[in-house]
Design a protein around this ligand. Sequence first.
Ligand code: DX5
Ligand code: ZN
Length: 232
Amino acid sequence: MDHGIVKLAPSILSADFACLGKQVSEAEQAGADRIHVDVMDGHFVPNLSMGAPIVQSLRRVTRLPLEIHLMISDPDFFLDEFVEAGSDSFLVHWEGNANLHRTVQRIKTLGKRAGVVINPATPAAVLEELLSDVDQVLVMTVNPGFGHQPFIHSTLPKIRRVRQMIVESERRCDLEVDGGIDARTAPLVVDAGANVLVAGTAVFGEGEAVAAAMDRLRASLKQPGTQSQHVA
Ligand code: DX5
Ligand code: ZN
């Protein structure tokens, strides 16, 4: 796997749940690299979304890696059922987890990829003691809980700092961003060092075909004046 290529992770939060399997298949055919599943408990974030049964259903319709973004208060309690449902990786928040290292180790013991997420108000520095243990970092570019929120531009310097930390660590670690990613903001985050883009509204929520929406996102990365599809 080449970590130098920008990857797209469509978030099904903005999909039409009446035809979820079809929409995910379309995203796979259009070259999605993984499917992003947002799990919310109405407590860690002020919204409810979905649980392991959705993952189990999706596992039957796609071969793409299913990455689970856990916006829930006690992620450790739910890891086993998400693994049984067919999950491939977990993104767990730094915020509110007093034993984050243990959570990361449990994910790895289960044989899955582990990523740590930081909210817009959380500084990059909290990653210092974690980088050597994780496969990816997710920098939230909106406050978690809802799709279709505006991109927070003040997260760009933090994305640059995290990229720098990853380079210095000499580890192969994905730098993912999530929230408000569209054809305008994608070039900005890639220029700052992101190599995995989560996109919900921009892929499923604009009323156009999934393939056309993904093409538009990819095309935005090739515009003159923006960085190419490769990052350091
Ligand atoms: C927000 C979720 C996101 C969400 C992004 O809390 O973590 O993954 O689906 O949606 P857009 O791309 O619409 O901002
Ligand atoms: Zn997410």
